[in-house]
Design a protein around this ligand. Structure first.
Ligand code: NAP
Ligand code: ZN
Length: 349
C-alpha cells in the first residue's frame, strides 16, 4: 500500500480539502497510473454534497482520469510503464453476468464498482481521480491515442464523452437524422461535437442566450433558446432523437413535443430531485419514448476515444489548480464553465 495526496469532502456540508488516502499494492492484473489531469463532472459535485443520498465519506471524486503508467503487475499484457492511460467511471464489475458478457459493465447485474464512492450496491469505499495516483485492474484502463499535448482536453472524454457517445450511437445518430441536445455543459458540449461528427443535423437547446455562438462553433447547426416558447414551437414534431443532459429538475413536456412519431428522448442528466412527471398524452399520441442511459461499457469507451482521436475531438477546457475546486463547483452551479474544468494534478504535488 502507498499513501498519496488527494482532495476530498469529509461530509456533505464542508468544502473539499487536502487529505491522504491509501492505494493498494499492485495485484498481478493491476496497473498503477500517476494522474496528470482529472476532469470535473457535475456528478462529482452531486456526490461530494450527498445530493444522491448515497455518499460514503470521506469522498474523493474524479472519474475523468488521464495519466502515465508507472508500474504494472506480473500478468499485465496491454500496458507497459511509460504508456498514457485513462480511467473513467468504473474500476470493476462481476465480469460474468449477461450485461458484463455483453461488454456493458455499467449495467452489471451485481452493480459495477464506481471509480469513487464504492460498489453501486454497497461495499468498501473507492477514491477517485482528485489524487496523485490510482491503482486499477488493467481491464478497466483505456488506451489514449490522441497526441500527448492534448491530454488534458482528453480527460473529459472518459465520462462526458462516453456518456453522450453511447446513447447517440445506440439511438442511431447519423446522416439524415435531426438530433436535439439539451444543455450546453460538460456533457452537452461533447454531445454536440460527437453528434456533428457522426453526421447528424444538430439542434442545441440552451437556457443561456450567451452560449449561442459557442454552440455553433462546437458543431450545432441550429440553436434554440429553450425558454422561448415561439422558438421551441418551430421544432414541434421535428426531431429524430433528443439527448437531455440537464443537471436540474425541469419540465420534460416542452422537449417531448419536439419528437417525431416513435422518436425517443433519452435522459442522461441525473438531478438530485425528480423532474415533474411528463404529460402522458405527449407520449401516447405519437408513440414517443422517454429513456435513460448510463455512461458506456469499457470496450465502447475505447471505441469512443478512438473515434474522437480520428475526428480530432477533445473537450473545450478551463484548466484549474486543485485548490480552486470549491470555486469551480460554485461556477458549475451557475452554468459558468466553458465547457469542462480540468484539474492539473501537478498543483497537488
Ligand atoms: P454541467 O456541466 O453542469 O451541465 C449541465 C447543463 O445543464 C448546464 O450547462 C446548463 O446548460 C443546463 N442547466 C443547468 N441547470 C439548468 C436548469 N435549472 N434548467 C435548465 N437547464 C439547466 O453538468 P454535466 O457535468 O454536463 O452533467 C450533467 C448531468 O449529467 C449531471 O446531473 C450529471 O450528474 C449527469 N451525468 C450522468 C451520467 C450518466 O451516466 N447518465 C454521466 C455523467 C454525468 P445551458 O446553460 O445550455 O442551459
Ligand atoms: Zn461524470
Amino acid at each position: 500500500m502507498t499513501k498519496v495526496k488527494a482532495y476530498g469532502a469529509q461530509d456533505a456540508a464542508s468544502d473539499l480539502a487536502e487529505m491522504h488516502i491509501e492505494r493498494r499494492a499492485l495485484n498481478p492484473d493491476d496497473v498503477q497510473i500517476d494522474i496528470l489531469y482529472c476532469g470535473v463532472c457535475h456528478s462529482d459535485l452531486h456526490t461530494a454534497r450527498n445530493e444522491w443520498k448515497n455518499t460514503i465519506y470521506p469522498s474523493v471524486p474524479g472519474h475523468e482520469i488521464v495519466g502515465r503508467i508507472t508500474a504494472v503487475g506480473d500478468q499485465v499484457a496491454r500496458f507497459k510503464v511509460g504508456d498514457l492511460a485513462g480511467v473513467g467511471c468504473m474500476v470493476d464489475s462481476c465480469g460474468h453476468c449477461p450485461s458484463c458478457a455483453d461488454g456493458e459493465e455499467q449495467y452489471c447485474e451485481s452493480g459495477f464498482t464506481g471509480t469513487y464512492n464504492g460498489p453501486v450496491f454497497g461495499g468498501k469505499n473507492t477514491f477517485g481521480g482528485y489524487s496523485q495516483r490510482i491503482v486499477v485492474k488493467e481491464s478497466f484502463a483505456l488506451h489514449i491515442t490522441h497526441a500527448p499535448d492534448l491530454l488534458a482536453a482528453v480527460a473529459p472524454l472518459l465520462c462526458a464523452g462516453i456518456t453522450t457517445y453511447s446513447p447517440l450511437k445506440h439511438w442511431g445518430t447519423g446522416p439524415g437524422k435531426k438530433v436535439g441536445i439539451v444543455g450546453l455543459g460538460g456533457l452537452g458540449h461533447m454531445a454536440v461535437k460527437i453528434a456533428h461528427a457522426m453526421g447528424a443535423h444538430v439542434v442545441l437547446f440552451t437556457t443561456s442566450a450567451n452560449k449561442v455562438a459557442d454552440a455553433k462553433r462546437l458543431g450545432a447547426d441550429e440553436v434554440c433558446i429553450s425558454t422561448d416558447d415561439a422558438q421551441m414551437a418551430q421544432y414541434a414534431n421535428q426531431l429524430d432523437f433528443i439527448l437531455n443532459t440537464v443537471a436540474a429538475p425541469h419540465k420534460l413536456d416542452p422537449f417531448l413535443q419536439l419528437l417525431k412519431k416513435d422518436a425517443t428522448m433519452t435522459l442522461v442528466g441525473a438531478p438530485a430531485e425528480p423532474h415533474p412527471s411528463p404529460e402522458v398524452f405527449n407520449l401516447i399520441f405519437k408513440r414517443r419514448q422517454l429513456a435513460g442511459s448510463l455512461i458506456g461499457g469499457i470496450a465502447e469507451t475505447q471505441e469512443m476515444l478512438d473515434f474522437c482521436a480520428k475526428h480530432g475531438l477533445v473537450s473545450d477546457i478551463e484548466m484549474i489548480p486543485m485548490d480552486y475546486i470549491n470555486s469551480a463547483y460554485e461556477r458549475i452551479l451557475k452554468s459558468d464553465v466553458k465547457y469542462r474544468f480540468v484539474i492539473d494534478m501537478k498543483s497537488l504535488g
